[in-house]
Design a protein around this ligand. Structure first.
Ligand code: 1PR
Length: 554
């Protein structure tokens, strides 16, 4: 009896469990088909790829019982893939859905926007007179998906009677939540949508069972898209984590990736710069309004992360207190435990997802994989890289590629190397070192310790081909300098790829964020130093962006 959560074994379902616990509700996990009979209400926080979800449910003998549960009229709340399985099919694969809602899920049209649709967007209730089901029209909710059910009353009028809210991305309107009878589903992730999402979950869980049963059909209307969508620009707080000389995991921050103190005092010279504890800082930035958090294990290339329990424990503890997306990076690669057990990158990523991470960020391994792709002629990978295996199982939206480039200065009059078409030219009024110069951006691995024969353009292009869902663009030359984001670099990468791009390295003031959002089409900007040193508060930063008419979540 009671509330059950369905976990088919992929993606971050821990965050939903954490939010339900935080809200003071009890639940059990579905472990066998009989649990569907025991459940009096069911939440399915489907994360990952549609096809994987359906095939896992089938293998575990849970697909038919799930269908019967929904037909029985007991309350059901599906999230993301948990909503998409209600539909007929998905072009994400060939698997059939449950067919409760008679229309297909298809991919977004990427010709006018970045895909995946990633970030905070609004949800408009189609028929407010029938009750909003906890959805606030003034709130933003977190979306992360490449496939959607189009709002299409001409072709699928019956399916549109399920539409509870619609959301606009680019010029497309899609069903961002569905409702009828005892079934409710959201394409967005309430468990990752901060206080607004927690309120929505709470409202659904507190509703007496009898009130869940009779949600009405929505009126089918012709809706026209507005000139622009409401997707906000994202502000990401990044924490570089490593063990200090005493062996404790601390948040550190380097200058051009050098994290050791330079000040010569008896206790600090040469020590790893310690800016605080990762879990406490993550909670602080969540409370302060960060749209996303990023934890990078910056020395993980030295050993296997599955042996690195402290980092998994950090993720687990952070996920208990923060309800916005969390990206984990560092050491996402095939590794071997000291006892010889092989740990494929997929397993490493899976451990982080189960601990509460929403995305994994891949650095060095992405460079090696794109080197192989380039050697094979760029067409497609052989399916074995970390990017490919993780994107296949969890969906490309769960895979970030983190690029750590360095500028290579050349004399444009004499440079005849392979990256001539990618050269960026210094401005006459720019910093001294850049004048009369040109440079290209060279990729590095192992946190900048080794340069590779590859440009940032090649890496970004290759990472997208292999299946990355987002590109994080750092720059070692600007890291920790406070000189501002390198707008040329950001534009260069943005022109190469269709997936969302995050600008990183060099933020020194709120104006730098205004500049990056005005002068590049980037979806998000990440900073570390200015937040850790409290030079700019996230709330003040968002006010500055709003004052410049840049749409952000308050
Ligand atoms: O190669 O897959 O194991 O991943 C290693 C990850 O660790 C990569 O994402 C790499 O960027 C990161 N990393 C490695 N060494 C360092 C270092 O600092 N010594 N951190 C490092 C890089 C991340 C940046 C930084 C921004 C913003 N730091 O994202 O947070 O530059 O800083 P700022 O706002 O203070 O300028 P793998």
């Amino acid at each position: 009896m009671g509330l059950y959560l369905l976990d088919y074994g992929a993606g971050n379902v821990q965050s939903l469990a954490n939010s339900i616990t935080k809200l003071g509700h009890n639940f059990k996990w579905v472990t066998e088909p009989e649990d569907f009979h025991r459940a009096t209400s069911l939440v399915f926080p489907g994360v990952g790829a549609f096809e994987t979800a359906i095939s896992h449910l089938e293998t575990k003998g849970l697909l038919q019982p799930l269908k019967e549960y929904i037909q029985s009229g007991k309350p059901y709340f599906g999230i993301c893939i948990g909503m998409q399985v209600l539909f007929q099919s998905s072009s994400e694969g060939t698997a059939k859905g449950l067919g409760v809602i008679p229309c297909p899920i298809e991919s977004f049209d990427a010709s006018d926007k970045a895909v995946p649709h990633m970030g905070w967007n609004s949800a408009d209730v189609v028929d407010p007179s029938a009750g909003a089901e906890g959805v606030e029209s003034s709130s933003y909710y977190y979306f992360v998906h490449s496939f959607r059910a189009k709002y299409d009353p001409d072709n699928y009028p019956e399916a549109m009677t399920w539409s509870h809210t619609t959301t606009q991305y680019g010029q497309e309107l899609f069903l961002s939540s569905v409702r009828k009878g005892s079934v409710f589903g959201t394409q967005f992730h309430p468990e990752k949508s901060g206080e607004a999402g927690l309120a929505l979950i709470d409202s659904w869980l507190r509703k007496p069972e009898s009130e869940h049963l009779h949600a009405p059909s929505a009126p089918v209307r012709k809706l026209t898209p507005k000139p622009t969508h409401a997707l906000t620009k994202r502000i990401i707080a990044c924490m570089d984590v490593r063990a200090n000389d005493q062996g404790d995991l601390v948040v550190t921050k380097g200058d051009q990736y050098d994290v050791r103190e330079k000040t010569v005092t008896a206790d600090t010279a040469g020590a790893v710069r310690n800016l605080g504890k990762p879990v406490a800082l993550a909670a602080k930035y969540y409370e302060a309004g960060a749209d996303e958090l990023c934890l990078l294990n910056i020395t993980s290339f030295r050993h296997s992360p599955l042996q690195d329990q402290p980092m998994l424990a950090v993720v687990r503890a952070a996920a208990e207190t923060i309800f916005v997306p969390l990206t984990i990076g560092g050491g996402i690669k095939d590794s071997v435990d000291p006892d010889g057990t092989k740990r494929p990158a997929l397993e490493v990523a899976g451990a982080y997802f189960r601990a509460g991470a929403d995305k994994v960020s891949i650095g060095s391994e992405a460079v090696y994989a794109v080197e192989k792709l380039r050697a094979a002629g760029w067409e497609k990978g052989d399916g074995s890289s970390a990017i490919e295996t993780i994107a296949h199982a969890y969906g490309r939206q769960a895979v970030v590629v983190s690029i750590d480039p360095k500028r290579v200065y050349v004399d444009p009059k004499t440079y005849a190397g392979p990256y001539r078409s990618e050269l960026v030219y210094g401005k006459d009024d720019g910093p001294e070192i850049e004048r009369n110069k040109a440079w290209w951006y060279q990729c590095t691995v192992s946190g900048g310790r080794e340069t590779r024969d590859m440009s940032v353009v090649e890496l970004a292009k290759g990472a997208e081909i292999l299946g990355a869902g987002e590109i994080l663009v750092n720059l070692i030359d600007r890291d920790g300098t406070g000189l501002g984001f390198d707008l040329d670099l950001v534009n260069l990468v943005k022109r190469m790829v269709q997936v969302p791009v995050v600008a990183s390295s060099g933020a020194g003031s709120a104006q730098h964020f205004v500049d990056v959002f005005r002068e590049t089409p980037v979806e998000a900007a990440l900073a570390a130093g200015i937040f850790h040193r409290e030079e700019v508060k996230i709330s003040a930063l968002k006010q500055a962006l709003q004052a410049n008419k840049i749409n952000v979540r308050d």
